[in-house]
Design a protein around this ligand. Structure first.
Ligand SMILES: NC(=O)c1ccc[n+]([C@@H]2O[C@H](COP(=O)([O-])OP(=O)(O)OC[C@H]3O[C@@H](n4cnc5c(N)ncnc54)[C@H](O)[C@@H]3O)[C@@H](O)[C@H]2O)c1
Length: 371
C-alpha cells in the first residue's frame, strides 16, 4: 500500500502521524511511505530520519495526498485539505466529527473511508488511542502547574516539594482516571502532598492500593471540594463523564476563596472544563488570572511536548496502521470489532451512531457495510 504522512496544518499542531520507526516497519513489510517535507520537524524527526529508513520525501501536500492510498494524520483535516478527498481514500486520524458538520458532509460526499482514532475500542472496551494523550496531559499538568506556582509566572512562590523544615505544597486532583493518576504520580515524585478526589468509591479504593496510602483520597461532593480547593496550591481538573460536558464542580465562589497565587490547571477544558472560571486557552496565550488565581486551560496540552506525544500516540496507533496496510481497510476492520468502531464514514454512509445523532443524520451500521 502507498501510505502518505502529511505535515499537520491545524494551528499549533506539532505532532506527526507516523515516526521514522513506523516508516521503517512499513517499508520492511513491503509498503511505500511518502512523507511531506518537514512533516516530522516539530516533533524532532527531520526528513533525513525518514529517508534513511526508506521513506520518500514529497515537497507538496497535494502531490502526497494524490499519490497515497491511505493518509495517516493526527488532527482532523482543515478546510484547505478538503480538496484532497476522493472516493475510496482511507483516512486514519483524530476526526472528532460530532461538532464538524461541514467536514462530515464532505467526507460523505467524496466517499472517504474515515477511521477516527477517538472511537476505536480495545478488548476491554476502553479507548486505546485516547489513553496516551491523557497520560501525557496528566503528567504535564503538574510540570506546568509547578512552573506557574513560581513567583515570576504569577504564582504564590511555592516549591511543591518543600525543603527540610518547610512543608510541601498541596496538590488537589479532581478525577482519579488516567489524567488524575498520572498527575498524582508526578506530584508525588516532586514530594507534594497529594489529594485525589473521585465520585467512584471503587476507583478511590484502587488508587489507595496503587499509591500504597501515599495519596489522600476524598469522595467527591461540593463540601469536600470546597475545602480541598481552599487548601490547594495547585488544583488540577481531570474529570470525565463520557459523552457529556464536564460538570462545573468548582464554582466561581470556590475559586474566589482559594489562596491568592494558587494555580488551576483544568485539563478537562476540552470537554468544557470542570472549573466554572475556566475558559479555553492556547499555547501562545496559555494562562490568565481570576480572583488572584492563575488559570491554565490549554485544550491541546500534548502539543507542548510533541516528541513525547508523537511517540506515545504512534505507539498506540501504529499496530492499527500496519494492519490497515497489510490487510486493506475492509479486511482489517472486519477482523476486529473494536477497530471497526473507529469507522465513522464509509462509502458515503455515516457509520458512527453518536455523530449521526448529534448531526441528525441517517446512521448506517459499519457491520452492515463491511459484511
Ligand atoms: N486538555 C488536554 O489537552 C487534554 C488531553 C487529554 C485528555 N483531556 C481530558 O481530560 C479529561 C479526563 O480524561 P481521562 O482520560 O483521565 O478520563 P477518565 O475517564 O480516565 O477519568 C475521569 C475520572 O473522572 C471521574 N469523575 C467523574 N465525575 C466526577 C465527579 N463529579 N467528581 C470527581 N470525579 C469524577 C471518573 O470517576 C473518572 O475516574 C477528559 O475530559 C479528557 O478529554 C484533555
Amino acid at each position: 500500500m502507498i501510505i502518505g504522512v502529511p505535515k499537520e496544518v491545524k494551528d499549533h499542531e506539532t505532532r506527526v502521524g507516523i515516526t521514522p520507526a513506523g516508516a521503517k516497519a512499513l517499508t520492511e513489510a513491503g509498503h511505500q511511505v511518502l512523507v511531506e517535507h518537514n512533516a516530522g520537524q516539530l516533533s524532532s524527526f527531520p526528513d533525513d530520519d525518514y529517508q534513511t529508513v526508506g521513506a520518500e520525501i514529497v515537497g507538496h501536500a497535494t502531490d502526497l495526498w494524490r499519490a497515497s492510498e491511505m493518509i495517516v494524520k493526527v488532527k482532523e483535516p482543515v478546510e484547505k485539505e478538503y480538496h484532497n478527498f476522493r472516493d475510496g481514500l482511507v483516512l486514519f486520524t483524530y476526526l472528532h466529527l460530532a461538532p464538524l458538520n461541514e467536514l462530515t458532509d464532505i467526507l460523505l460526499k467524496k466517499g472517504v473511508t474515515g477511521i477516527a482514532y477517538e472511537t476505536v475500542k480495545d478488548r476491554t472496551n476502553t479507548l486505546p488511542l485516547l489513553t496516551p494523550m491523557s497520560e501525557v496531559a496528566g503528567r504535564l499538568s503538574v510540570q506546568v502547574g509547578a512552573a506557574y506556582l513560581e513567583k515570576e509566572h504569577g504564582g504564590r512562590g511555592v516549591l511543591l516539594g518543600g525543603v527540610p523544615g518547610v512543608p510541601p505544597g498541596n496538590v488537589c486532583i479532581i478525577g482519579g482516571g488516567i489524567v488524575g493518576t498520572n498527575a498524582a504520580k508526578m506530584a508525588l515524585g516532586l514530594g507534594a502532598k497529594v489529594t485525589l478526589v473521585d465520585l467512584n468509591l471503587n476507583r478511590l479504593r484502587d488508587l489507595d492500593d496503587i499509591f500504597n496510602g501515599r495519596v489522600f483520597t476524598l469522595a467527591s461532593n461540593s463540601y469536600n471540594l470546597e475545602r480541598a480547593a481552599r487548601e490547594a496550591d495547585l488544583l488540577i481538573g481531570g474529570v470525565l463523564i463520557p459523552g457529556a460536558a464536564a460538570p462545573k464542580l468548582i464554582t466561581k465562589q470556590m475559586v474566589s476563596r482559594m489562596k491568592k497565587g494558587a494555580v488551576i490547571v483544568d485539563v478537562a477544558i476540552d470537554q468544557g472544563g470542570c472549573i466554572e472560571t475556566a475558559k479555553p486557552t492556547t499555547h501562545s496565550n496559555p494562562s490568565y488570572e481570576v480572583d488572584g488565581v492563575v488559570h491554565y486551560c490549554v485544550t491541546n496540552m500534548p502539543a507542548a511536548v510533541p516528541n513525547t506525544s508523537t511517540l506515545a500516540l504512534t505507539n498506540a496507533t501504529f499496530p492499527y496502521v500496519l494492519k490497515l496496510a497489510n490487510l486493506g481497510a475492509e479486511a482489517a476492520l472486519k477482523s476486529d470489532p473494536g477497530f471497526a468502531e473507529g469507522l465513522n464514514t464509509y462509502k458515503g454512509k455515516l457509520t458512527y451512531k453518536a455523530v449521526a445523532d448529534n448531526q441528525s443524520r441517517e446512521f448506517t451500521s459499519a457491520s452492515s457495510l463491511l459484511s
